[in-house]
Design a protein around this ligand. Structure first.
Ligand code: C5P
Length: 225
């Protein structure tokens, strides 16, 4: 029968990454962080001096980098032209520019193809997280989840993560503002905006613990698989 595909979408700070990874580990499935692919593409553009505001330049250049995404739930790595970029893609430069790069249709077409390829070779199936997994990339997914959380809960979680890393309060405030801007851009773009698929189950994580969210998603997959 068809391989299992679990599509998990939602805004930044909804708990998507942590939940997706844990669900993949629990179910013995591969894991795909599609945000990391858009970040890797953005990293390559910045490294090669491509003008991000020039959509035509971005469209042409996006065919060039070789992006290989690991699909191991324990610690997926991502390489661009053979270089491990797992660290740099989380930096503020990439984070500030990724929404602009990911709004370019040619970028999305290229990465969507890579994402579907990853699902095809996953031995037991895959948990894929992003913004358009249920709507565009895997419309026939076994189970679709849309994770949300109140803006306060999302900002609070992100701040706690950063504080734990020793980041100062001014930077935390700046990153919260950047996150709000990025979500607005991702939700309002013309191509593959962040929206809930009609058949996605909405899970509001504001008042739930992480184990509760993981259990809810695992249960949903068990019902559908
Ligand atoms: O999930 P993460 O915050 O790493 O995603 C970074 C950015 O990549 C998002 O803000 C969005 O612009 C883009 N993205 C996307 N489609 C996806 C995953 C991420 O446009 N499926």
């Amino acid at each position: 029968h068809a391989p299992v595909v679990v599509a998990i979408d939602g805004p930044s700070g909804s708990g998507k990454s942590t939940v997706s990874r844990a669900v993949a580990a629990r179910l013995g499935l591969s894991f795909l962080d599609t945000g990391a692919m858009y970040r890797a593409m953005t990293w390559w553009m910045l490294t090669n001096g491509i003008d991000i505001d020039d959509a035509d330049a971005v469209s042409i250049a996006c065919a060039k980098p070789v992006i290989v995404s690991g699909t191991d739930a324990d610690g997926p790595t991502i390489t661009v032209d053979g270089v491990d970029v797992s660290g740099p893609i989380r930096g503020p430069e990439v984070t500030a520019q990724v929404s602009a790069v990911s709004a370019v249709p040619a970028v999305r077409a290229r990465l969507v193809e890579l994402q579907r390829g990853c699902a095809e070779v996953a031995p037991r199936g895959i948990v894929a997280e992003g913004r358009d997994m249920g709507t565009v990339v895997f419309p026939a997914a076994t189970a679709k989840v849309f994770l949300t959380a109140s803006p306060e809960a999302r900002a609070g979680r992100r701040a706690a993560e950063l504080r734990a890393k020793g980041v100062d309060e001014a930077t935390i405030a700046a990153m919260a503002a950047d996150l709000t801007r990025r979500d607005a851009a991702d939700s309002s773009r013309a191509t593959a905006p962040l929206v809930r698929a009609e058949d996605a189950v909405l899970v509001d994580t504001s008042e739930l613990t992480l184990p509760q969210v993981i259990d809810a998603v695992v249960e949903l997959v068990a019902e559908r698989a």
